[in-house]
Design a protein around this ligand. Structure first.
Ligand SMILES: [Zn+2]
Length: 283
């Protein structure tokens, strides 16, 4: 376990120091104990029903348009941070965005012991970090997978330094994914209320707007799920139509605005793919 990370932690029960001994992290005072599996301390049990997620290719140009917008947004934010900023990536998985944090004081956790994470904890239930430990906490496409997300955000507020930030991306128009661990879609009004309740100020609330992407998503779903039940000639006609519409959508993409990130409240389009948010802890 990284020494500098251990210095940012304490006992989740009594807030005394933790020390590494053998295959566990132990409280120096109250007897709290987190067992370690392959060097990763487990502060909460791994849910038995969870299906570990596939590793996503890294890089700015990998994956969906939504993912690319996330990369651009996060990269721009992180590039403005001072070099000594301490960053915690919550729900980091395999470290899909980890390349952005190269050379920085970067730590990651998840509820699954992926080889890439520093520790396993459900922060809404057990938070083993000191008050004001991090300058930035990052939640990339995590909140929709957390049932008690308001508790999580409150728990995170405690460990962010005064004036520190919580950076969030969360999908709005995205199909159910990583089932059964997909619990919610958030509106801007929910995000604003949740932030206020956690004692955080909304610094920016942007959406990623991409009509062509949404049309293509719907067509993909139509191709895969809507056609099967029809009779053979109907199937043929339906597939031909989807094919033609897909061509039309490609043309449409050439004469309309490409996907873009814009402030939610200055943008009349109420249907973004997702939201990209920076919250700030009050000084
Ligand atoms: Zn303790």
């Amino acid at each position: 376990m990284k020494k500098e990370l251990l210095d940012l932690m304490n006992c989740p029960q009594c807030r005394s120091a933790l020390s590494e001994s053998g295959d566990s992290l132990q409280c120096t005072k109250c007897g709290f104990n987190a067992r370690m599996v392959q060097g990763i301390p487990l502060f909460t049990d791994v849910p038995a029903t969870i299906e570990p997620w596939e590793k996503v290719e890294r890089g700015p140009d990998q994956g969906t348009a939504w993912r690319k917008s996330n990369w651009k947004f996060l990269n721009a934010f992180v590039s403005k941070l001072p070099v000594d900023a301490k960053i915690l990536d919550v729900g980091a998985g395999h470290g899909d965005f980890a390349d952005i944090f190269e050379g920085r004081h970067y730590y990651s956790l998840d509820i699954v012991p992926y080889a890439e994470v520093d520790l396993v904890a459900d922060l809404g239930a057990v938070n083993p970090f000191r008050d004001n430990a991090f300058d930035v906490v990052v939640l990339m496409n995590v909140l929709e997978h957390v049932y008690e997300s308001q508790n999580l955000l409150k728990s995170i507020e405690r460990i962010v330094t005064a004036n520190g930030s919580v950076v969030i991306t969360v999908p709005f128009l995205l199909k159910v994914h990583q089932a059964p661990f997909d619990f919610a879609r958030y509106t801007p009004y929910f995000i604003e209320k949740m932030a206020a309740d956690a004692g955080l100020k909304v610094e920016s609330l942007q959406g990623y707007y991409d009509t062509q992407y949404l049309l293509n998503e719907s067509l993909g779903n139509a191709w895969q799920y809507s056609i099967k039940t029809q009779s053979k000639p109907q199937q043929f006609l339906a597939r031909a139509l989807v094919f033609v519409i897909q061509r039309l959508v490609n043309w449409f993409g050439k004469v309309t605005r490409k996907g873009f990130i814009a402030d939610t409240h200055s943008q009349p389009n109420p249907a973004p793919v997702g939201y990209l948010v920076v919250l700030r802890k009050k000084a």
